[in-house]
Ligand binder design. Structure first.
Ligand code: FE2
Ligand code: FE2
Length: 314
């Protein structure tokens, strides 16, 4: 099987049953640096997260009996546990934003209907291929943000503890749904064609999945003409650190016939987080340890040394 040389990272996947009890005091209305546009953009993404996690998790579960490789099956089971906990904790976080009057529940309801419609109609293999595509997006977003915690320089540290826990686990399991799909679909040209068809569909759908709800949230919150915040948003997403620009650059390699999620082997970055978490069991301390590691190993200029949010230092 084509996966023989790619089995790295499976031993990283570990279920941590964390409860963050996010409420509206920790998740402020504009929790992303007090910036409406960046917060509402993230809210449009996060509205799709709990149900998206459940879809991907259910796809992997349906493919488990089709697998020939026991190590992938084992990683698939850990993956399901991780995603179930992510969905549960993001449901709580989303509820906190809804309490602030951000109508993420409208988006969640629409997304759920679309998900259930597609689940009834698409083949198991196509759902697996879509799951692998969605996971590629979440892993690339996680890989960019995990190296740029300064993006959230004025964000509640406990909330950052939760978000970075999720980024770490998305990194740990970034090849699982891809490998489960490839093994279940039998590898070869057919699996490749399914994979690129699914990624093309996911990219087209994803563009509308995020732009329409984002515009809806800006409109409902009367932020469409907040040009100062719009400027900050475009700077964050396309210039410094350029989250969407960097995510976009990781899109095309997925179309290579020999692509694998661990081509970008960034396990080193999450080890500082894991080391501290294994010692203290505290995801906020683990986030700060990751910041320290980045400051020592990745800082390229003065500004990048200011990794620890000022609010976290108190
Ligand atoms: Fe997740
Ligand atoms: Fe995931």
């Amino acid at each position: 099987m084509a996966l023989v040389n790619r089995k790295i990272g499976y031993d990283e996947v570990e279920t941590r049953d964390l409860k963050f009890n996010m409420d509206s005091s920790k998740v402020s209305k504009y929790w992303f640096n007090n910036d409406p546009w960046n917060t509402l953009f993230m809210s449009s993404v996060l509205a799709a997260v709990p149900d998206g996690e459940r879809w991907v998790m259910q796809s992997v579960r349906k493919q488990l009996d089709m697998l020939t490789d026991p190590s992938i099956r084992k990683a698939g089971i850990e993956f399901i546990h991780q995603e179930r906990i992510h969905a549960r904790e993001h449901d709580v976080m989303n509820k906190a934003s809804i309490e602030h009057g951000i109508p993420m529940d409208d988006i969640e309801r629409t997304f759920r209907k679309v998900r259930m419609f597609l689940q009834k109609r698409l083949s198991i293999n196509m759902q697996g291929a879509l799951g692998a595509a969605f996971e590629h997006f979440t892993a690339t977003i996680a890989s960019v943000l995990i190296e740029h915690p300064e993006t959230f320089k004025d964000t509640n540290p406990e909330l950052l503890g939760m978000l970075f826990w999720h980024f770490v686990e998305e990194t740990e399991h970034k090849s699982v749904s891809f490998d489960v799909f490839t093994d279940a679909a039998g590898g070869g040209l057919r699996a490749y064609l399914l994979r690129v068809t699914a990624m093309t569909s996911a990219a087209v759908a994803g563009a509308s999945v995020f732009s329409i709800p984002f515009t809806y949230l800006l409109y409902k919150d009367k932020q469409l003409t907040n040009f100062a915040s719009a400027k900050t948003f475009f700077r964050t997403q396309f210039v410094d650190p350029g989250v969407l620009r960097k995510v976009g650059s990781m899109f095309f390699p997925y179309f290579r016939r020999d692509f694998h999620p661990w081509d970008d082997d960034n396990r080193e970055v999450i080890h500082a987080w894991k080391q501290e978490y294994n010692k203290s069991g505290d995801p906020t301390a683990a986030f700060l340890a990751l910041c320290d590691w980045l400051a020592e190993n990745r800082a390229t200029d003065e500004s990048k040394l200011e990794l620890v949010p000022a609010s976290a230092a108190s």
